[in-house]
Design a protein around this ligand. Structure first.
Ligand code: 13P
Ligand code: SF4
Length: 328
């Protein structure tokens, strides 16, 4: 299996989400994918929002956007299959241009990435000359090419505070910007992009759940609005949320993020009770086991970027990795 795991253990993990009949159908497909992966010297990266069959069954490296970017730069495999969304696969291509980078469905997009174009960035640069552009990795390769430094939800505050300028163009998530603004004295110029999953949550969802469940620990993603984040006990990237849960003794946990994250954590922490607040990302959900198998079998769909976009995009992604990990 993705991580060295036998059939029984995998069935146990998947049992937290799927019925026994469903698991029986999934296991042969999972085994085929893992066979193909070895034959083709491929590595599968899996974002925390993948469904448990894809996440636990076939992913070699799992994590948040920042960690997966780092690992995409370090892998020795000939093929990288990115189980996540299009901008993530593009980031992998920027960092590993000589490798074949695949994604199971080219339509696995992102409302944030779609909210901004390279032209918008150029326009903002003209309006605010001299202000550095810091862009969330949830954007196209063309936007990364016009960016000074990328960031993710795990390092946004650190990246913003690392620049000298007092004014920063921070794109494209207006909610992430408002959450970062609380931790910096710099003036952030923003853009009206939003994550279609996290923008749905409201503070009243938390107030209601706190009335219902005793000693509820609420954990939210910083793509939520600032009222939601302020009413939460912890807010962080998908991997930071998982890390917080690992260290916490809390029994009742309300996860304010994409649905599959809760499913994956339920398997990892069977003794904890996850209060379900299920909002699914239709883009992430385009990646299914069947498409992962086809992606490896037919070596589709390949991410191709021009040399110019790769070399300019690489600067902004590498600057982020340098600031986060102290190396390229
Ligand atoms: P992170 O994994 O960086 O927290 O990103 C969340 C997200 O929405 C990616 O689509
Ligand atoms: Fe984009 Fe939100 Fe889906 Fe992540 S969860 S891919 S930010 S729409």
């Amino acid at each position: 299996m993705g991580i060295d795991m036998n059939r029984d253990r995998l069935s146990e993990i998947l049992g937290a989400t799927y019925l026994p009949d469903e698991i029986e159908k999934k296991i042969p497909l999972i085994e085929e994918i893992n066979r193909l992966k070895k034959e083709k010297n491929a590595v599968i990266l899996g974002h925390n929002y993948m469904t448990p069959d894809v996440f636990h069954g076939v992913s070699d490296i799992m994590g948040d956007s920042l960690y997966l970017s780092k690992m995409a730069a370090e892998t020795n495999a000939e093929i990288i299959l990115f189980n996540g969304v299009h901008f993530m696969a593009e980031t992998a291509k920027i960092l590993s241009p000589n490798k074949k980078v695949l994604i199971g469905d080219l339509k696995a997009g992102c409302s944030l990435a779609e909210s901004i174009t390279a032209k918008d960035v150029l326009h903002l640069k003209k309006l605010h000359p001299g202000a550095p552009v810091i862009t969330y990795v949830n954007c196209s390769a063309e936007v990364k090419a016009e960016t000074d430094i990328c960031c993710t939800s795990a390092n946004a505050v650190k990246i913003v505070n690392s620049v000298e300028s007092d004014t920063v163009i921070f794109l494209p998530d207006e909610y992430l910007a408002s959450n970062v603004q609380k931790h910096t004295t710099k003036k952030l110029i923003t853009h009206p992009g939003r994550c279609m999953v996290h923008e749905i949550y409201q503070k009243s969802d938390i107030d209601q759940a706190r009335k219902q469940f005793e000693e509820l620990v609420v954990i939210s993603h910083p793509e939520c609005n600032s009222d939601v984040v302020s009413a939460s006990d912890f807010s962080g990237s998908t991997s930071e949320m998982a890390g917080f849960i690992e260290k916490s003794s809390a029994e009742n946990i309300m996860l304010i993020t994409e649905c599959s994250m809760g499913d994956n954590l339920r398997s990892s922490f069977p003794k904890k009770h996850f209060v379900s607040t299920c909002q699914t990302c239709p883009h992430m959900k385009k990646i299914t086991l069947e498409k992962v198998r086809d992606a490896l079998f037919y070596e589709q769909y390949e991410i191709n970027l021009s040399e110019d976009i790769i070399s300019r995009g690489k600067k902004s992604v590498n600057r982020m990795l340098e600031i986060s990990y102290g190396k390229k």
